[in-house]
Ligand binder design. Structure first.
Ligand code: UD1
Ligand code: UDP
Length: 360
């Protein structure tokens, strides 16, 4: 069906980005199907988002599960090729920078199916990150490059991308945040985790922080020095769990390590936090909108707009304890800048661009 739009999702950060796009395309009457690759599969990494965000049940779940980069990407590609051939869509929409994203872009482009990339043009310029490779390849293959921030437009321009393909649409992950903000209940989160007024939320899963035992040990040392100053709640991603546990992460009385949380519960905790310590991409954006100081444990970010127009700053593991002390002393600001077009209407802009493309 040449006017069918196929959305490909697979990992946790894809779901809050896809929800507003699917909703807006439905409002325009565009036929669509949702494919879940199964890259993430734990209840709290996947199903909870479908329930909480009102996402339609996936039409297909490829169930690829975990594996090496090549193994996982190949399994997704093989599965998607069959689906794309049987559905013959007019467009494939991919989200963010995960292996499911690049796999879908490769398969679609070789079948001459147009690709729309939501969150195009972000660059960390750090080729040690698998996500940077995924972003570069996906953008090169995409027919519509849907950008969340002006820096992304500049990167695509510098790479020689045809300007007619590029659209600044805002941030659909922020659409989801703004649509649900009234459900983010900080008091409930405090009661649930027995927290006082001052607490810190952390998330950690980047290979650069958790894969190597020496990095994990340095990270645990820094997190314990933070926990000496304020209680920490850390909903831990499955990726780093074993190594961080072996490095002694769980051995501090003021550091609560818990399982990954559902979206609404997680952002309830974040909303009431004095600060967030993270290496997540999406959490840098969400803290910016909620006005919560965000300390990003990375040497770089592909989301510099959250520093120039938000609450984010990059921090090393060594500097983290002192930076936390400074942030706790300063308290949260009453006002802060937010990026342009992060206004809750990115999904509608994306849907309009896709519909126009299909019409043309
Ligand atoms: C992936 C993305 C990363 C993104 C993150 C979001 C790639 C290359 N990386 O990283 O950009 O920030 O998702 O969360 O696509 N696991 C489970 N249960 C699950 C899923 C994963 O236990 O439901 C464990 C498995 O041991 C697996 C490991 O986590 O091997 C890593 O999963 P994977 O999807 O390969 O990469 P992430 O680190 O999750
Ligand atoms: N998130 C969640 N529960 C958690 C941790 C994160 O719902 O315990 C949400 C978070 O609010 C954001 C998304 O997961 O919407 C980000 O995913 P992640 O950090 O795994 O990926 P990244 O953005 O780094 O690619």
């Amino acid at each position: 069906m040449p006017d069918l739009v196929l959305h490909v999702t697979g990992a946790r950060p894809n779901f809050p980005k896809a929800a507003p796009v699917i909703r807006a395309l439905a409002d325009l009457g565009v036929p669509q199907e949702l494919i879940h690759t199964g890259q993430h599969y734990d209840e709290k990494m996947s199903d909870v988002f479908f329930r909480e965000l009102g996402l339609p049940k996936p039409d297909v779940n490829l169930g690829v599960g975990s594996g090496s980069h090549a193994g996982q990407t190949a399994a997704i590609m093989t599965g998607l090729e069959e689906i794309f051939l049987s559905r013959n869509p007019g467009m494939v929409v991919v989200y963010g920078d995960v292996n499911s994203t690049v796999a879908a872009a490769l398969v679609a482009s070789k079948l001459q199916i147009p690709v729309a990339h939501v969150e195009a043009g972000l660059r960390s310029f750090d080729m040690s990150m698998p996500e940077e490779i995924n972003r570069l390849v996906t953008d090169r293959l995409s027919n519509l490059l849907l950008a969340t921030s002006p820096d992304a437009i500049a990167h695509l321009g510098n790479e020689g991308t045809d300007p007619d393909k590029i659209h600044l649409v805002g941030n659909p992950m922020i659409d989801t945040l703004l649509a649900n903000v009234d459900r983010f209940d900080a008091d409930r989160a405090r009661t649930e985790y027995d927290l006082g007024d001052r607490y810190i939320v952390a998330t950690l899963h980047r290979p650069g922080n958790v894969d190597d035992p020496a990095d994990a040990a340095a990270l645990v040392k820094a997190m314990h020095a933070v926990a000496d100053q304020a209680e920490i709640v850390l909903p831990l991603h499955p990726r780093g769990r074993a190594r961080l546990e072996a490095a002694g992460l769980f051995d501090h009385p003021k550091l609560k390590v818990i399982d990954p949380l559902g979206y609404v519960e997680f952002l309830g905790l974040v909303r009431g936090a004095s600060a967030v310590v993270t290496d997540s991409g999406g959490v840098q954006e969400e803290t910016t909108m909620l006005g919560v100081p965000c300390l990003t444990l990375r040497p770089n970010t592909e989301r510099p707009v959250t520093i120039t127009h938000g609450t984010n700053r990059l921090v090393t593991r060594e500097a983290l304890p002192q930076v936390v002390a400074d942030v706790l002393a300063a308290g949260r600001s009453e006002t802060w800048p937010t990026p342009p077009l992060w206004d809750g209407h990115a999904g509608e802009r994306i849907a309009a661009v896709i519909k126009q493309y299909l019409r043309d």
